[in-house]
Design a protein around this ligand. Structure first.
Ligand code: A2P
Length: 277
């Protein structure tokens, strides 16, 4: 199959080049785009009928703008039952993919490799009472999937999503999502009872200016949430952010007695890098 794409904007808006779709790749259509800040946007695409994934997994995304397209890992932000696929992306200046991806419009074509994978899945955690999801920036994407999945609420009594960003406007995607979830016919009732969102902004005035790691370290997080101090009997964790954030959060969870799990060997917490950074 061939698709049509506009050539790089620097050349001419009118110049059109076609490239073949590589083997083993779905070509899907953009159904909506929303920009949150000059650094963040979300987009939704059609879902191939044969595509199955577990909430929290990621896929490789690219654009049909070259003979050998650049692919980057993106967590699917929509739940596994959704008929479309949603992604939450950063815009990296001169980033080989996001420089172009940030310009997509409804009707454009997105390439997606066929195999989803990842460790931020419920199967990689042993049963527990309370599930913490720790994120910075676009690291919230896999959790946007999981907090819309009824299985998350079947498995846990309390679900605590945390997101730390530099600026207040970067928190809008998760805030909007949690608002919408509370009115969702499928998970709204469970979420109203079990889901808490904790946000902090580190570089602008906001109700909380601390990094999540500071609040875990001094224990203030547990006071603010009115929950017991983190412990391996009740608590489970998922971490998705920058390499530094992961390293620091992981060390703190281990200090509270949690141990890292994987698909092959479930544990009390799991980790995934936030990809396009
Ligand atoms: P800060 O503003 O104090 O650096 P980035 O865009 O650099 O990935 O940062 C996103 C958010 O993550 C920022 O609020 C940033 O805080 C915070 N952050 C950066 N490094 C860490 C870390 N090692 N542990 C926890 N939070 C971090």
């Amino acid at each position: 199959m061939n698709v049509t794409s506009t050539a790089p904007v620097a050349e001419a808006e009118t110049q059109v080049t076609t490239f073949p779709i590589p083997e083993g790749v779905f070509a899907e259509t953009v159904t909506s785009v929303k920009h949150y800040t000059d650094r963040l946007f979300k987009f939704r695409i059609t879902r191939p009928q044969s595509f199955r994934f577990r909430s929290g997994e990621f896929v490789m995304i690219g654009l049909p703008n070259a003979a050998k397209p650049v692919f980057r890992a993106y967590s699917v932000a929509s739940p596994s039952w959704d008929e479309e696929l949603e992604f939450f992306s950063i815009k990296v200046p001169n980033g080989p993919l996001t420089e172009h991806l940030q310009k997509i419009k409804v009707g454009d074509t997105i390439l997606m490799k066929k195999k989803p994978t990842g460790t931020l899945v419920l199967d990689a955690l042993v049963p527990g009472k309370r599930l913490y999801m720790f994120s910075t920036g676009t690291g919230v994407a896999p959790f946007a999937s999981l907090i819309r999945d009824p299985e998350t609420y079947e498995k846990f009594d309390e679900v605590i999503l945390t997101q730390t960003c530099r600026e207040v406007a970067e928190l809008a995607y998760a805030q909007e999502l949690v608002e919408d979830i509370r009115n969702d016919p499928l998970v709204g009732e469970f979420a109203a009872e079990k889901l808490a969102l904790f946000t902090s902004a580190t570089r602008e005035p906001y109700v909380c200016n601390e990094r999540i790691t500071t609040l875990l370290d001094n224990g203030k997080l547990f006071e603010l949430l009115d929950v017991p101090v983190m412990n391996p009997l009740e608590d489970r964790g998922m971490i998705c952010g920058s390499m530094d954030m992961i390293k620091d959060t992981k060390a703190l969870l281990e200090r509270y007695g949690l141990d890292e799990g994987s698909n092959a060997k479930p544990g009390t917490f799991v980790v995934e890098r936030a990809f396009v950074g």
